[in-house]
Design a protein around this ligand. Structure first.
Ligand code: UDP
Length: 386
């Protein structure tokens, strides 16, 4: 087969998780095949037509102001009749953008990491002049929205056995559903001996104090202000790092607070792997990104909230594995963090060991390898039929 393989990654900036998955896969594809051609497209928001862009951009507002509304939208959109209507509406919005992108990128494989992009892409690909593979990488851990379950995809990659079972219930072919794990940036890994202290020093933190990292997804949601106040207003034996993401108002509020417990307030960061390695515990909403990154870093996670819909199963997943706690109220949050960081460290060590046992450091590379394998097969086919 001549020439490097070509992949088009479809994602959308609804939340930070899909972009994070796209970035992780991009890195793994290049690691495995340095001259691979990778193109990205966000056909909803970034490159989307006006209506798709406007509707897609509502996501952060909805999840910030009313998670319950989001739950209603998620469940309403997850029934067969309404999903047919959604697909039709999406087709009109997405088709021109996707057609152009596919023509320009000429991919052997299209990799979708978003639940709303699969069906429209599959129908476009089935009508194209050359055949191209479609791989769907599910970025949710347990609950599989019907948008992920596209029967025409060559492969659907899931992160847990529960998700695989859910996908099979949606009548996907068993040989097309692979449980390989969640794509996590290759830079996430447990800290080596002495690394935690060195990273803390660089951040201007106390080297020895147990450290909690507060995150609320890319948008800084999930009640970070209250959580920071609960964990830092009074004197505690730990220190806190708060990642506000794109939530500027939160960042300003937090910077004007006076905390008794040492607290570092940061905006949108691009060194999350290092920040996790500097920490002993992740606290925040149970987004798949945060959960998977904490696990990959060998850290326990205290989940303070979850989006009704796709994030509900994450809580059970983490608790059943013993890799974290669920603490939706301030009092329970303080108890959980005191248990983990306030004592002799044995609870934290035990949970961290369980998080490490759950981690799948090969997942991202294996997903990328599966994508490349299928890309080569389609490329050989296309060249043979020329
Ligand atoms: N993230 C980041 N910088 C920030 C805040 C978040 O890189 O300042 C990343 C984080 O590492 C994760 C993603 O954004 O990969 C958030 O994904 P998650 O699923 O936790 O939440 P979402 O934003 O999708 O609701």
């Amino acid at each position: 087969v001549h020439g490097p393989a070509s992949a088009l990654i479809l994602f959308s900036d609804t939340g930070g998780g899909h972009r994070a998955a796209a970035k992780a896969l991009d890195g793994a594809l290049r690691r495995l095949e340095p001259d691979v051609r990778v193109t990205w497209c966000d056909p909803l928001i970034g490159q989307g037509k006006a209506i798709a862009r406007r509707v897609g951009s509502l996501y952060p507002t909805i999840i910030k102001r009313s998670p319950r509304t989001w739950g209603a939208i998620f469940h309403a959109s997850n029934n067969p009749a309404s999903f047919v209507a959604i697909k039709a509406a999406l087709r009109a919005q997405l088709r021109p953008v996707l057609e152009r992108q596919i023509a320009v990128a000429d991919p052997d494989v299209v990799i979708s990491v978003h639940p709303l992009l699969n069906h429209v892409t599959a129908s476009l690909l089935s009508r194209g002049r050359r055949s191209r593979a479609l791989v769907t990488v599910v970025t949710d851990l347990v609950d599989v929205h019907r948008g992920w379950a596209c029967r025409r995809a060559d492969l659907v990659i899931v992160a847990t056995e529960a998700a695989r079972a859910a996908a099979l219930r949606r009548r996907l072919r068993p040989d097309r559903v692979l449980n390989l794990g969640l794509p996590v940036d290759l830079a996430f890994r447990p800290a080596e001996a002495g690394e935690k202290q060195a990273l803390r020093r660089r951040l201007g933190l106390d080297e020895e104090r147990p450290t909690a990292l507060l995150v609320g997804g890319g948008e800084g949601t999930g009640g970070l202000l209250t959580q920071a106040q609960v964990l830092a207003a009074d004197t505690n034996p730990w220190q806190v790092i708060v990642i506000c993401g794109r939530n500027q108002a939160l960042r300003r509020r937090l910077l004007s607070c006076s905390f008794e417990t040492p607290t570092l307030v940061l905006g949108f960061v691009d060194d999350m792997p290092e920040l996790m390695r500097a920490s002993d515990l992740v606290v925040g909403k149970g987004g798949p990104g945060a959960v998977a990154e904490a696990i990959a870093s060998g850290l326990p996670i205290v989940i303070t909230s979850f989006l009704p819909g796709q994030e509900r199963g994450n809580v059970r997943y983490v608790r059943e594995a013993g890799a974290g706690r669920y603490a939706p109220r301030p009092r329970r949050l303080l108890t959980a963090v005191t248990d983990l960081l306030g004592g002799d460290g044995s609870v934290q060590r035990d949970m961290a060991a369980r998080a490490r046992a759950l981690s799948r450091p090969q997942a991202t590379l294996q997903i990328a390898a599966a994508c490349l394998r299928i890309a080569r097969a389609y490329r050989a086919d296309a060249q043979a039929s020329r």
